[in-house]
Ligand binder design. Structure first.
Ligand SMILES: [Zn+2]
Length: 64
């Protein structure tokens, strides 16, 4: 089962799926093939990793 992804971490911030999709190919992210500008892997965030008050670093939409 593939869980719902609420956001992604890269470049020391959290980003919503929509903004992440503008920057990266999400299938490549899912397979762990994408690194950000700081050369850290772009990582998917699941709901149990979030407090519920996070917002996107780009568009400032809440992730929940
Ligand atoms: Zn966003």
């Amino acid at each position: 089962m593939r869980y719902k992804i609420y956001g992604y971490t890269f470049e020391a911030d959290i980003h919503c799926p929509e903004c992440t999709a503008k920057r990266f190919n999400l299938n490549d992210v899912f397979e762990g093939k994408v690194n950000d500008r700081e050369n850290n892997p772009v990582r998917a965030l699941h709901n149990w990793e979030l407090n519920g008050d996070e917002s996107c670093g780009d568009c400032h939409e809440m992730l929940f």
